[in-house]
Write a protein that binds this ligand. Structure first.
Ligand SMILES: [Zn+2]
Length: 240
């Protein structure tokens, strides 16, 4: 039985009741019929929180099922039990702000310089992202910070939708972000659209508008070889 990934439709669900559908006692992990816990993937680390009275310490996808690894030493639930899951919401919301910040960065850099992203990874409130610059333009750091601040000040809405694959592969923005690399078996493509800034196929969790990100600081730029320049960013609270 596949796990229903509730966060794909509502990233703001912080708790849920779910049924245990499989248990691996040795690995102290369980599969649920539905979950709010994001599994590591797409550069976004897994959520943490609690399932009943046990801490959730790792979340991994295995095909269309999600394994939740549980810490603590009390007994695991059994198949058929209903358990109450609760996110560490502070951590998750920080990851949402950070993930959205990275998409803003992608949008700004594409719209200003026409340069695509080549990779990235994030932790709560800090991240790195690589772009195909060669070399970085003069005054890049100052310029990108001005552009990113403008996107946040614009408080652009972020819309999540689901497109049939046939439609998605004909969308110019999605082609740019390599929608064709998604396996043919995926018939429905989830699209995250920072309206007017960045649109891409994405499975991550995002805030509702760019204003919710706070502020983005580019703390470092470094060269990772020809045609690959790395930006390190930090997400901070908006100045009040
Ligand atoms: Zn993303």
């Amino acid at each position: 039985m596949a796990t229903d990934l509730l966060f794909l439709r509502d990233a703001y669900l912080a708790d849920v009741d779910a049924a245990v559908v499989d248990v691996d006692s040795e690995g102290r992990r369980v599969v649920l019929d539905r979950t709010i816990f994001y599994a590591t993937g797409g550069g976004q680390p897994h959520d943490t929180g609690r399932l009943g009275d046990l801490p959730v310490i790792d979340v991994r996808k295995d095909g269309d099922r999600v394994w939740h690894t549980l810490g603590g030493d009390s007994d695991l639930p059994v198949v058929g039990d209903t358990v109450h899951g609760q996110l560490d919401w502070e951590r998750r919301h920080r990851l949402m702000r950070t993930h959205t910040a990275l998409h803003v960065l992608c949008g700004v850099i594409w719209n200003e310089w026409g340069v695509p992203v080549t990779g990235g990874n994030m932790e709560p409130l800090s991240a790195r992202m690589d772009f195909a610059f060669d070399p970085l333009p003069d005054g890049f750091k100052e310029r990108v910070e001005v552009l990113v601040a403008a996107e946040i000040a614009a408080d652009r809405p972020i819309e999540v939708s689901f497109l049939p694959r046939d439609t998605a592969v004909e969308d110019a923005d999605l082609i740019r972000t390599k929608v064709n690399m998604i396996p043919e078996s995926v018939t429905e493509i989830r699209v995250v659209d920072i309206v007017g800034c960045d649109k891409q196929a994405d499975g991550g969790t995002h805030v509702r508008s760019t204003g919710e990100v706070g502020a983005i600081e580019v703390v470092k730029t470094e060269s990772k070889g020809k045609g690959n320049k790395r930006l390190r960013i930090e997400v901070v609270d908006a100045p009040s």
